[in-house]
Design a protein around this ligand. Sequence first.
Ligand SMILES: [Zn+2]
Length: 419
Amino acid sequence: MNKLKLSLVFFAVLLLTMSSVAATCNIIVITDPSGNDPNGAAAGSMSFADNMFQSTFLLSRSNHFAVLSGGTGSSDTRLDSIVDAVASLENNASAASAASLASQFKGARLVVGGPNIGAAVGGSFNAYVITVDDSSNDIKVTPYNSGVATLQPGQKGAIIHLRNTAGNPLYGTADSVRKETAMNIGKMIRDGYPATTILAEAMGEVAKDSGEKYGGGGVNLVSGISTSDMFTPKELNSTGYPMDEEYSKVCDSCGWAMGFPAAEAYEKCPVCGGDLRTVYAYQALGDALTVSSKAVSVSVYGSDRPGLAETTKEIVEASVSKYGYDASAISGSINRGINNGLLVGVDHVEPKDINVKQGSKAVGVYYKSLPSERSSPAWDLPIDGNILTILGSIQTAVGIILILLVLFRSRLLKSFQNR
Ligand SMILES: [Zn+2]
């Protein structure tokens, strides 16, 4: 609880010094109200405007709820509404009563929800509530623009809020895109797609058709995964990554990956000669949030070189999908990566430097050589082993109750301190 307060105070100090901007698209999707499907609830925000990180979306990993914000109010007004909503949700308030707090703050909007509490939007909004009936599969899509609009707990469905930002070349499209996307969300829920996939597809459609396209990002409410700063702006007063554009090229056979624009130079995998798959930003969001049987939790020890953990993860995932959870095969793949220059600044590894937990789909890689008397490295997972076992796998781990997207990035903080 102290951590929560500390985070919010920190968050407050940052927001108070910033100008006012807001998310213009907030989406929350719940496909499994029981909370059993690790991909059954997801939420995301994006906008045409600068400084998307201010339209913060908070995710409580312990209580499985998210708070998305936006609107025309000032940042400190928005912050007050977020703090009130988080506090009331921590005290077991309903989604509807937490969202209704937005109306006490001028211009603010709150979208709140979670797999067990349903979802709601309150304050200043133009939204559709989408419901899909469990037995008849009937899709209902209803517009709301005042009061509080609610997706009842236990109900499969979604809420989408969308407005156009002034200056957006596609200004005027919000009404039709909101409706179109709401209907497509309903169809995807009916057809059994998980919430993480639906969120990604919906964000792709909104980005392309309405121009409210800059990340932003998303959260998986059940598994506690966020896209962190994958799509958010690197500098203050700039836009994030366009969610409808190419994000990276990946080689599915060896794990090589390269982000755009550098990826443009590659037609074939430079390591193994394999075909490359182009991933759009909205697809990358879906991939990052979706817990799949293919996903492996990879922990890297002995070196904190930038990029090392990410590249190691790609290589280990490719190795596991090809050869299974085999320490010799994984160490072989890593050593090939070192020989090919894919991994730099680390020494070759041996099978004993690889710790494999097939049951929880986790792999530990120890780059620093171990004392010779030890045959197997100590297991020191950065996250609770229980969570891993329950989920089977989990893709990222950030160690606090609330993930405050981007606000913890050191470069952002630096640019702040230098102003
Ligand atoms: Zn390759």
